[in-house]
Ligand binder design. Structure first.
Ligand code: GLU
Length: 411
């Protein structure tokens, strides 16, 4: 099964369970536009290397295409198609006026010098410049892409178009129109979603243990804020492996250690743990915050947590979803759980277009409102129709997209 096929199974499940309009479902099975580009970069040694890049624009019924750009060696068209589709669903779930898109370059950015990375970022945005714009398609950071990279891209876009237009890209540094609160937004939004689940389940934060797979930007902020909110974060990992400490892990210390040593190996804890085992720990909440397809048919049966909070995109295959549901494990799906990032991207875009800049408290407050509303819209539908949260989220999103399509006369 490819990742895009997994995404289509999720759509099919929702269409069957919630009786969705077959025409809209058919439209949503296909990306509206796919752009594949070659990105030549002059390397530091003078040689030219050509990288493959993509921008997939899935659906824009509700507003401009929206979604990040990732730099990863495994990035390919299939993955970007799935991610673009999930963005369309996600933006509708969290109810921001965007459609869905995604892009990426097949590259290992860790192997590039800073100069090479900048030339690649600029060359890629030049290549996709004809199909993006503040009212057309608005990229953002994703895996291995940072505010600094967004700044190079905004600058390059200004050179191509002759006009500085910060609203073309979100996730920028504050100095050029980034939003306060954007960096922590995906993690913070994930915590708001978990808090709503916890309140409904009548549990106390201090009684709940959490394991986070992947402490990149999203996983780190989630873990840090969850700890501050009283949860016990007992395991974390990076791509090289993780650590487990029953007394809890101090995230600031872990981050400082990772900065100094490159990874978490040797960080003081009860024991080292692999990324696979981390998901099987006897904790209350597991948080896949790294990459796709980490919960599959093979390991879903070994999950002991009560809740899976998906901060990565696409961490659970449809087969795993089925098994987890059968075991009574709640999955708070990616399209809801990690939608805080694009929610604050929306606030950034609004601030760029109006020229009025919000305080961090205002941003966080508005983020909370959107997350809580999205959670209740999804959970309400799930309860009414006896659906999983994922199927309910897809059903809700497809209905919202259908409404926009109908209003525009697309059918
Ligand atoms: N890359 C993030 C995501 O997968 C954020 C996208 C955005 O802000 O446009 O949701």
């Amino acid at each position: 099964m490819t990742i895009f096929k997994n995404a289509l199974v999720q759509l099919k499940n929702a269409a069957e369970a919630a009786g969705l309009d077959p025409v809209v479902v058919e439209v949503l099975k296909h990306p509206k536009r796919i752009l594949q580009v070659s990105v030549p970069v002059v390397m530091d040694d003078g040689a030219v290397k050509v990288f493959e890049g993509y921008r997939v624009q899935h659906n824009d019924a509700r507003g401009p295409f929206k979604g990040g750009l990732r730099f990863h060696p495994k990035t390919d068209l299939d993955e970007v198609k799935a991610l673009a589709f999930w963005m369309a669903i996600k933006c509708a779930v969290v109810n921001v006026p965007f459609g869905g898109g995604k892009g990426g370059v097949a590259v290992d950015p860790k192997k590039l010098s800073s100069g090479e990375l900048e030339r690649l970022s600029r060359a890629f945005i030049r290549a996709i410049a004809p199909v993006i714009g503040p009212d057309v398609d608005v990229p953002a950071p994703d895996m291995n892409t940072t505010p600094e990279i967004m700044a190079w891209m905004v600058d390059e876009y200004a050179r191509v178009t002759g006009k500085f237009q910060p609203a073309v890209i979100t996730g920028k540094p504050i100095a050029i129109g980034g939003s306060l609160g954007r960096t922590a937004a995906t993690g913070r939004g994930g915590l708001f979603a978990l808090e709503e689940w916890r309140r409904r389940a009548n549990l106390k934060a201090k009684d709940l243990t959490i394991a986070v797979q992947g402490i990149g930007n999203v996983g780190f902020w989630f873990a840090k804020l969850a700890r501050e909110a009283g949860y016990k974060v007992v395991a974390i990992s990076d791509s090289k492996g993780g650590v487990y400490a029953t007394a809890g892990i101090n995230l600031d210390k872990a981050l400082a250690y990772k900065k100094e040593h490159g990874n978490l190996k040797g960080f003081p804890a009860d024991k080292e743990i692999s990324n696979e085992r981390l998901l099987e720990l006897p904790v209350d909440v597991i948080v896949p915050a790294a990459t796709e397809n980490v919960l599959t048919d093979k390991n879903a049966g070994r999950v002991k947590a009560r809740v899976v909070l998906e901060l990565a995109n696409g961490p659970t295959t449809p087969e795993a979803d089925f098994k987890l549901a059968k075991k009574g494990i709640t999955v708070i799906p990616d399209v809801l759980a990690n939608s805080g990032g694009v929610a604050v991207s929306y606030f950034e875009w609004v601030q760029n277009r109006t020229g009025y800049y919000m305080t961090e408290a205002e941003v966080n407050d508005k983020l909370k409102k959107l997350m809580v509303e999205a959670f209740y819209d999804v959970a309400g539908l799930a309860t009414d129709k006896s659906l999983t949260l994922r199927t309910a989220a897809f059903a809700l999103a497809v209905r919202r997209i259908a409404e926009a399509q109908q209003a525009r006369g697309w059918r």
